[in-house]
Design a protein around this ligand. Sequence first.
Ligand SMILES: Nc1ncnc2c1ncn2[C@@H]1O[C@H](COP(=O)(O)OP(=O)(O)OP(=O)(O)O)[C@@H](O)[C@H]1O
Length: 318
Amino acid sequence: MIIARNVSKKFNGINAVNDISFEVKEGQTLVFLGTSGCGKTTTLKILNRLIEPSAGEITIDGKNILSLKPEILRRGIGYVSQNNGLFPHYTVAENIAIVPNLLKWGKEKTSERANALLTQLKLPVTEYANKYPDELSGGQKQRVALARALVSDPPVLLMDEPFGALDPITRASIRKEFLELPELKSKTIVLVTHDVQEAFELGDQICLMDKGIIVQTGTPEELIFKPVNEFARNFFSHQRLQLELSALKFNSIWSSLSDASPAPTASLNSNQSLWEGMEMLSEKNEDVLIVRNSEDGSLKEISIQTIQSVYLENKRNR
Ligand SMILES: Nc1ncnc2c1ncn2[C@@H]1O[C@H](COP(=O)(O)OP(=O)(O)OP(=O)(O)O)[C@@H](O)[C@H]1O
């Protein structure tokens, strides 16, 4: 668990981050969202001491990060930087092996682990292990950067605009894969983005920042349906419908759906959002799809009409 209390950072006397506090529970993802220059990257880099705070206290699993040597602290924290940070003169395998070499793992253990990660990240070892970063696409470079950050299985992962340099289509598909990676399920993740849809898809909690302060912290549902002020309301105004549908999961409207019978194959599960349901209906060009309850396995039907009516009912009842 990460706990930050009253953290500030001044550059040349000016507050880039001003008295912010937040927590990230074990295994959860916290997203810092906000406009350019609001202090997201500074906050992230304070967590692994690439930047030293001017004030405040941060503990990770009960240990004050300032009491640890930075290199010891960073062993437990994977980091994917904005521009992927791969060494251009190292191959993919050599880039991934940097931390294992520091930890003196030995060749066999290193290549076994690197190969397992490359396979999970859909980069076949025989094709990619010996390539250099400039022979890879942007998306492939980000996958290698992720493999490098994960290689020593750190409990905490920090990611700074990990998909920022990718086109919107690659970005959306890599995000979906990212959510499904078994390797990431148990990690405590802090991610920086200025992409609202990305924050809604990936964040258990979102910290919305403006000019060095946290304006609001909450679940995607809380941010879109209960903004604390005008800034928070306006921040989401241009994509409101899509974000509202993304924030609502089938779980929260389960009782409003009709049972499906007989049991055909389910296309979605109840942890997914109404927006994902809309996307899948359109993608598959179907009138009706089946959602499986991730707790008890029961099945319900959805159509564009049911999504529309439960969405409107939900909105009226808030
Ligand atoms: N090393 C530095 N020296 C001086 N000022 C800095 C330094 N790093 C960041 N700043 C300033 O601190 C503020 C916050 O920067 P930061 O990079 O944290 O913002 P950000 O929200 O991550 O922005 P972006 O989305 O554009 O990356 C900015 O005004 C920036 O100019």
